[in-house]
Design a protein around this ligand. Sequence first.
Ligand SMILES: [Fe+2]
Length: 223
Amino acid sequence: MLALRPGLRELVTVSSRLSCSRNKHTLPDLPYDYNALEPVISAEIMQLHHQKHHQAYVNNLNIAQDKLAEGLAKNCAKMQIAVLPAIRFNGGGHINHSIFWKNLTPKSQSGEPEGDLLKAINSSFGSVQVMKDSVSAAAVAVQGSGWAWLAYNPKSKLLESVPCPNQDPLEPTTGLVPLFGIDVWEHAYYLQYKNARPDYVKAIWQIANWKDVAQRLNEAKSK
Ligand SMILES: [Fe+2]
């Protein structure tokens, strides 16, 4: 064994522990059963979406971050740059879906926007219906795969509807804070709605978790 001076050996031991202590990302549990969002979203879609698609983003994010750590350890800019697209895509997928599951709730518990959230919606859009129409239009208009968000703009203090391509995470790429997202990747609706994305987008408002949206707005305003 390599002889190390006292002190240096302790430093190496601590460094080794630190380098091994990075927690891997894990798939979060859903806050409801797979069939809880029926009839709006089928149990089959929810199970595949959560166990296969979200799990894949988590797995590939962990792999990409391991490669980034290796690139950082070797101080190799080429390795670091090569892995950034995978971190953006899979990290975005993990972030977006972790919000999406909490944004939804069984139909019987959805309710309506209230309090500060309702005031913010009315002052930004004029009414809840106009807000829904605006976010829905953004979702339907996404070309290919992506998301539409009801978001808080920290600069204007207003709410906005905004599309986001692929799995780009809204806040790191735009500065807008995501409040409610509609996943318009085909894996989110095709087994049930086929090519009728507008029907899926119209139906998803029935299972919006307005308490979660209100909480996200409060947190965004207090940052
Ligand atoms: Fe998805």
